[in-house]
Ligand binder design. Structure first.
Ligand code: ARG
Length: 457
C-alpha cells in the first residue's frame, strides 16, 4: 500500500514507481529507521498522544521486524522506500494500531533523522579505520627509524631523511583526518525529528525525550532547515575526500619507491599482481586502484554540492540523491583504508639501496653551507661557496663526502678537519634535531607525540 494513496484516483505508472523508488539503496537505513521509530512511538505513548498499550504494541512490532531482518528471514523489498517498508510491515503484523506510528511526524524529518543516525556510525567507522592505519604507520616508523632514505622536493633528491620521519608525516595527515571526522560527528549529532514535514507539529510532543533516547546531543532549532539540511553529507564527503587524498599520496610514493627506477621499498607479493603477457612484471595494482578511487570520492563531493545548491526551502525530492554517493564513498573509504593498512604492515625495505640513494645528488650540500654559516660565514656566501664545491664535484665526477680537506678549502678557508664527518649521509639526517626534524631522537619524540594525540580519540 502507498503511504499517500488517499488523494489519488489512479495508481502510479510502473515506470514512475521504478524511477521514484529508493528502497533499493535506502534499505541500508533499516536499523536507523526502526530505532528512530521506536523512540518516536515511545515518546508518543509517554506524552499521551497515543495510549501506552498502542505504544507498546508498536514498539514490540518494530523490534520483531528488526529481529527478522537481522536474522535474514524478512526480505526488505516491494515498497517505495525504507520508511514505507517498515510502516507497511508493521501494519500487516499488528493491524490498525500500526497506522498510528506516523502521528506527529513526516517522512521528511524521518529520513533526515535516520540518515544522521546512520552517518554518525559511518563517521565512527572512519575514525576507527584511520586509527588502525595510524597505529600501523607508527609501528613502521619506529621500526624504520634506524634507516635513512632520500627526502625529495620537486621529486628531486633534496636531503637525507629518517625513514621513520617519512611514516610520521603520513600519521600527521591521517590524525588530522581523524580529528575532522570526530568533529563532524559532533556537528551532525543534532536531531531533526519533531520538525515533521517542514513547519513543526501541533501535537504536544517531547523532543527532548526522543533526543535522549536516540543519543543526539541537541535538537534542531528550525524545522525548515532541519528537514532540508544535508550539510553533514557534504561534510562527510569532504572529510572522506581529504582522507583519500592523503591515502592517494601514500599510494603514489609506494608506486614510485617500489619501481625498479627507485627500488627503495618492496610491495609484498600478497599485495601485488602480475601481467597476463609480461612474465617479469610485478604491478602495484592496489596502490593504483586506491589512487584511482580517490577521483570517485571527489566526484561524490561535487555531486552533493551540486544537488543542494539550487534547492528552494524546504524538503525537495532531489535530496533522495544524497544517499548513493554517501554509501559509495563510505564503502570506498573503508575498503581503501583497510587494504592499505594491510599493505603497509607488510611493506619491505631495501635498506642499503635507500641509504645509497639518500647520499646521491650532492644531498648533503645544505650541511656544508650550514657548516660554514655556523662558523660565521653569512649564509648567502656559504651557499655560494658550497655551490662552487658542488660544481667542482660535478666537473671532477666526485661526491661531497669524498672530497679531501684541501679540496674543501678551495672553496673556503673556514673548513677544518671536522667537515669530513659533518658531510656524511647519516650525519646530515642526524643533525636535524629541531622538533619534527629527521634526527632519530626527533622521530622517536614524534612517535610519542602522535601516540598521545591518537589516544584522545
Ligand atoms: N526517499 C525519500 C528521501 O530519501 C524519503 C523522504 C520522502 N519524502 C517525501 N516528501 N516524498 O528523501
Amino acid at each position: 500500500m502507498k503511504l499517500w494513496e488517499g488523494r489519488f484516483d489512479a495508481p502510479t505508472a510502473a515506470d514512475a514507481d521504478a524511477f521514484n523508488e529508493s528502497l533499493s539503496f535506502d534499505k541500508k537505513l533499516w536499523r536507523a529507521d526502526i530505532t528512530a521509530s521506536v523512540a518516536h512511538a515511545t515518546m508518543l505513548g509517554k506524552c499521551g498522544i497515543i495510549t501506552n498499550e498502542e505504544s507498546d504494541a508498536i514498539c514490540a512490532g518494530l523490534k520483531a521486524i528488526c529481529a527478522d531482518i537481522e536474522a535474514g528471514t524478512l526480505a526488505v523489498e516491494g515498497q517505495e522506500d525504507i520508511h514505507s517498508f517498515v510502516e507497511n510491515e508493521l501494519v500487516s503484523r499488528i493491524g490498525q494500531t500500526g497506522k498510528k506510528l506516523h502521528t506527529a511526524r513526516s517522512r521528511n524529518d524521518q529520513v533526515a533523522t535516520d540518515f544522521r543516525l546512520y552517518a554518525r556510525g559511518a563517521a565512527d567507522r572512519a575514525v576507527d579505520a584511520l586509527k588502525a592505519l595510524v597505529t600501523v604507520l607508527l609501528a613502521r616508523a619506529k621500526e624504520t627509524s634506524k634507516y635513512i632514505m632520500p627526502g625529495f622536493t620537486h621529486l628531486r633528491k633534496a636531503q637525507p631523511i629518517n625513514c621513520g620521519q617519512y611514516f610520521n608525516a603520513y600519521s600527521e595527515m591521517f590524525l588530522r583526518d581523524i580529528d575532522r571526522f570526530h568533529s563532524l560527528r559532533a556537528r551532525m549529532n543534532v536531531m531533526p525529528l519533531g520538525s515533521a514535514a517542514l513547519a513543526g507539529t501541533s501535537y504536544p510532543i517531547d523532543r527532548e525525550m526522543t533526543r535522549a533516547l536516540l543519543g543526539f546531543d541537541s535538537v534542531s532549532q528550525n524545522s525548515l532547515d532541519a528537514v532540508s539540511d544535508r550539510d553533514f553529507v557534504a561534510e562527510y564527503l569532504f572529510c572522506a575526500s581529504l582522507a583519500m587524498a592523503h591515502l592517494s599520496r601514500l599510494c603514489e610514493d609506494t608506486i614510485l619507491y617500489t619501481s625498479d627506477e627507485f627500488g627503495y621499498w618492496v610491495i609484498p607479493d600478497a599485495y601485488s599482481t602480475g601481467s597476463s603477457i609480461m612474465p617479469q612484471k610485478k604491478n602495484p595494482d592496489i596502490p593504483e586502484l586506491v589512487r584511482g578511487k580517490t577521483g570517485r570520492v571527489y566526484g561524490h563531493l561535487m555531486g552533493i554540492l551540486t544537488t543542494i545548491k539550487g534547492l528552494p526551502l524546504a524538503y525537495n525530492k532531489d535530496l533522495q540523491e544524497d544517499k548513493e554517493p554517501f554509501f559509495d564513498a563510505e564503502t570506498t573509504l573503508e575498503n581503501c583504508l583497510a587494504i592499505y593498512t594491510a599493505l603497509v604492515k607488510e611493506l619491505a625495505f631495501n635498506v642499503n639501496a635507500m641509504f645509497e640513494a639518500a647520499g646521491e645528488g650532492h644531498s648533503t650540500a645544505t650541511d656544508v653551507a650550514d657548516y660554514l654559516a655556523k662558523r660565521g660565514v653569512p649564509f648567502r656566501d656559504a651557499h655560494a661557496a658550497t655551490g662552487r664545491l658542488v660544481r667542482y664535484c660535478i666537473e671532477h665526477n666526485k661526491t661531497l663526502p669524498s672530497l679531501t680537506l684541501e679540496e674543501f678549502r678551495l672553496a673556503s678557508p673556514v673548513f677544518e678537519e671536522d667537515i669530513l664527518s659533518a658531510v656524511t649521509t647519516r650525519a646530515s639526517a642526524e643533525g636535524r634535531t629541531s622538533v619534527g626534524g629527521s634526527a632519530r631522537q626527533a622521530v622517536m619524540d614524534g612517535i610519542v607525540s602522535l601516540r598521545k594525540r591518537l589516544r584522545q580519540y
